[in-house]
Design a protein around this ligand. Structure first.
Ligand SMILES: [Zn+2]
Length: 182
């Protein structure tokens, strides 16, 4: 079938249970989530803190935003840790990581590029934060039991970015608009 042909090769090497989880993840393209005014405001605060470059302020703002999203989704919050320069090896640099088995679970996101130590672009930073949160949501909100990088996973990540991100030039009026899933 054409649809199955798009699955990655490793899918066929996974256990039936993992395959089931993968397909379930792939089929969900958004969350039942409408951001509150507080979530939108906290996103803006985070992006402003990022601009300031203060790691303390960014950590506080990121935790604050994630707490609000978890509150809206009625799930236990996780620990958010923002660090400086991204670790890198010869081929790539690490943007973020999620530790599902810590109690509480924890995510780490880096805010500076590895080589030039530039602050990561705001929308990229938010996307990475929501990507790592997405791994947590696979367990805590969608109860998938595991977390894979499926097409559905990336659609859900984009859904969260669209729901929360407002470009700086769109101003506070735009920020007050409810999110429209497209
Ligand atoms: Zn990931």
């Amino acid at each position: 079938m054409a649809e199955e042909a798009k699955l990655p090769a490793f899918f066929y090497r996974m256990s039936p249970r993992a395959q089931q989880c993968y397909l379930k993840s792939d089929a969900i393209d958004r969350y039942n989530f409408v951001p509150s005014g507080a979530a939108l405001a906290r996103t803006q605060t985070l992006l402003q803190a990022l601009e300031s470059g203060s790691l303390t302020a960014i950590n506080r703002a990121a935790q604050h935003l994630v707490d609000e999203i978890c509150r809206l989704m009625r799930i236990t919050p996780l620990r958010v840790e923002i660090r400086g320069a991204r670790p890198r090896n010869s081929r790539s640099e690490l943007h973020g990581i999620f530790y599902p088995h810590e109690r509480p679970p924890r995510m780490v996101v880096w805010m500076l590029t590895a080589q030039r130590r530039d602050i990561v672009r705001p929308k990229t930073f938010l996307r990475t934060l929501l990507h790592e949160l997405g791994h947590y949501l696979d367990y805590a909100f969608l109860n998938l039991g595991d977390s894979f990088h499926t097409r559905g996973f990336f659609k859900r990540e984009s859904f969260l970015v669209r729901s929360l991100y407002v470009a700086p030039d769109e101003g506070p009026r735009a920020a007050a608009k409810p999110a429209r899933p497209s």
